[in-house]
Design a protein around this ligand. Structure first.
Ligand code: ATP
Length: 476
């Protein structure tokens, strides 16, 4: 298999040119870390969310939820976010650049590996895995003389912790008692509703609650397009289990989530596991699924065994019981939790990079030309089919229009009459439309149309009456 190399700029400019993603508030110069999804972007985003929702909630033991973004501020005391949800921040005095200290060290380790200084890289990595306090990160940066990538100097300020939660005020009075936060994760909305869902949905343990929604983090550095943004969407599921059975469920959900990405066309060699060496204070097992972006591997989803940390703390802080009563076995316990926590926007970018391909194909004039194609899985493709009438006479546009209107009742289609057919195919290839339908002279004779498949570019003729069913079967 030929692996084509492309940069993140290629993806960013295609995304902008074809209306997938725009810079937020672009006419005012943009807002750092925020992006807007255009006409094709919203379709892809919705298709990813639908595929996830179907996968997670079309089961006997998972219920859905849509909790508010603003939550009672005590939520974040209980979850540990007020005191712990911070990143170590460092500034370079010469360039005035600001970094997340752990990322600065990680990038340096990567650089050392590329220079084959494996021993040094391993040594720094071990130190990084043990670092907890701001001073630990600072000591590493100073000990290994890690330079600022911009100025090249080691002229660093001390490292200090920076809380990533966005603060705002609820109600008209802007004082400390009115402070609320934009949620930094959707998970806590699920935990505080554990009892509500349990009681109303008549579930028994083990069962889960799934939610898709916006989350906000005032990240120190935003970079790599949609990878690290300040406003993003998450798709999270918390699965409540009996203490002691968490390893079994952790393994189960690891497999389920890996298979989901695979079924949606993620190339096997572009995915890998990252086992957490350093566990968060609440976790007893944790892994990430990482995708190989043009800038390297990065997390797209975390699968964590969170023990009873969240429910226990909410019980303590709220004074409300979070216990599960197992009346069959006459037991009471606070359930343990396995979480699958994926980023919608990050997987959007991963699916976009995974789909991107370029190849040489024969053009209309017999020469070869470059074809850019997004090889999305059919369910993810923003536009499912394009109707392209070949001739503008003899009733053919009318037939094409009828087909278009009919297909439009079932899925997203485009109608395109402008330019040579080769150009129209290229336009659709570039946005990942899996099927192009042409109407020609033969259609008038036998009511057949051609269906061209995006990846193979093979064409078949099928009866126009069977077209919709033929296509619908491909989108399941
Ligand atoms: P990172 O280490 O990259 O900051 P994290 O480990 O803090 O990520 P989680 O808290 O586990 O991430 O969040 C779950 C998922 O939410 C991530 O796998 C990612 O897909 C997504 N996510 C987290 N932070 C961001 C962000 N700033 N921008 C876009 N997506 C994000």
């Amino acid at each position: 298999m030929v692996r084509i190399m492309f940069s993140l700029d290629t993806i960013t400019s295609l995304a902008k040119r074809r209306g997938f993603v725009f810079q937020s508030s672009e006419i005012y110069g943009g807002l750092n870390g925020c992006w807007d999804y255009g006409p094709l972007g919203v379709e892809l985003l919705a298709n990813i969310k639908n595929a996830w929702w179907k996968e997670m909630t079309f089961r006997d033991n998972i219920e859905g939820l849509d909790a508010a973004i603003l939550m009672h501020p005590r939520t974040w005391d209980a979850s540990g976010h007020t005191s712990q949800f911070s990143d170590p921040m460092i500034d370079n005095k010469t360039s005035k650049s600001r970094y997340r200290a752990d990322n600065l060290i990680e990038d340096f380790i990567e650089k050392m590996r590329k220079k084959n200084k494996t021993e040094l890289a391993n040594e720094i990595e071990t130190a990084l895995n043990q670092a907890k306090e701001p001073n630990d990160f600072y000591d590493i940066i100073i000990k290994y003389q890690i330079p600022d990538p911009v100025s090249g100097t080691t002229d660093w300020t001390p490292v200090r912790n920076f809380n990533l939660m966005f603060k705002t005020f609820i109600g008209p009075v802007e004082d400390d008692s009115a402070i609320v936060y934009l949620r930094p994760e959707t998970a806590q909305g699920i935990f505080v509703n554990f009892k509500n869902v349990l009681d109303t949905a008549r579930q028994k343990i083990p069962f889960g609650i799934a939610q898709i929604g916006k989350a906000f983090r005032n990240e120190i550095n935003t970079k790599n397009f949609l990878f690290r943004t300040r406003e993003f969407e998450q798709m999270e599921m918390q699965f409540f289990v009996k203490p002691g059975s968490e390893k079994e469920w952790f393994d189960y959900w690891k497999e389920q989530r890996w298979n989901w990405y695979n079924r949606l066309g993620m190339k096997q060699e572009k995915l890998r596991w990252k086992v957490h060496e350093k566990l968060a204070h609440y976790a007893n097992y944790a892994v990430d699924i990482e995708f190989e972006f043009p800038f390297g591997f990065g997390e797209i989803e975390g699968i964590h065994s969170r023990t009873d940390f969240d429910l226990r703390n909410h019980q303590e802080f709220s004074g409300k019981k979070m216990e599960y009563v197992d009346s069959v076995n006459n037991e009471r316990y606070i359930p343990y939790v396995i979480e699958t926590s994926g980023g919608v926007s990050r997987s959007f970018m991963a699916f976009l990079c995974n789909a991107y391909d370029e190849e040489e194909v024969a053009s209309d004039n017999g020469k070869s030309e470059k074809r850019t194609v997004l090889r999305f899985a059919n369910v993810l493709a923003p536009i499912k089919a394009a109707i392209l009438p070949l001739v503008n006479k003899d009733g053919m546009p009318e037939i094409a229009e009828t087909i278009y209107r009919d297909l439009q009742k079932s899925f997203k289609v485009q109608y395109d009459t402008s330019g040579a057919i080769g150009r129209r195919y290229r336009r659709q290839d570039e946005i990942g439309t899996p099927f192009c339908i042409t109407i020609d002279g033969q259609t008038l004779e036998d009511n057949t149309v051609t269906v061209r498949e995006r990846d193979s570019m093979q064409q078949i003729r099928i009866n126009a009456d069977n077209l919709k069913n033929y296509l619908l079967e491909k989108f399941i």
